[in-house]
Ligand binder design. Structure first.
Ligand SMILES: [Zn+2]
Length: 82
């Protein structure tokens, strides 16, 4: 593991959650309520900031969250017309 600045031991609570240290969230500009990406990599779990984009056209603007995905207003309007 390269570029590791520090390690902290965190307990997984009884419903499977862990708390990400505030300074780590601040460093990565992650706010409570934001989405993150979680990857399994061998015996590691990697959590990355999710830069949201539309699942249909990859537009980054005017997004609405729907069932853990994002849809831009333009694609939503097109879907309404189907
Ligand atoms: Zn779109």
């Amino acid at each position: 593991m390269k570029n590791i600045k520090s390690a902290q031991v965190k307990k997984i609570d009884n419903v499977g959650r862990i708390q990400i240290p505030k300074y780590m969230k601040n460093n990565l500009k992650i706010k409570n309520g934001d989405y993150v990406e979680i990857y399994e990599n061998g015996n590691e779990i990697i959590i990355k900031k999710h830069n949201a984009s539309c699942i249909f056209c990859e537009n980054l603007d005017s997004l609405t969250a729907f069932r853990d995905n994002f849809i831009c207003h333009e694609c939503m309007d097109k879907l309404k017309g189907i």
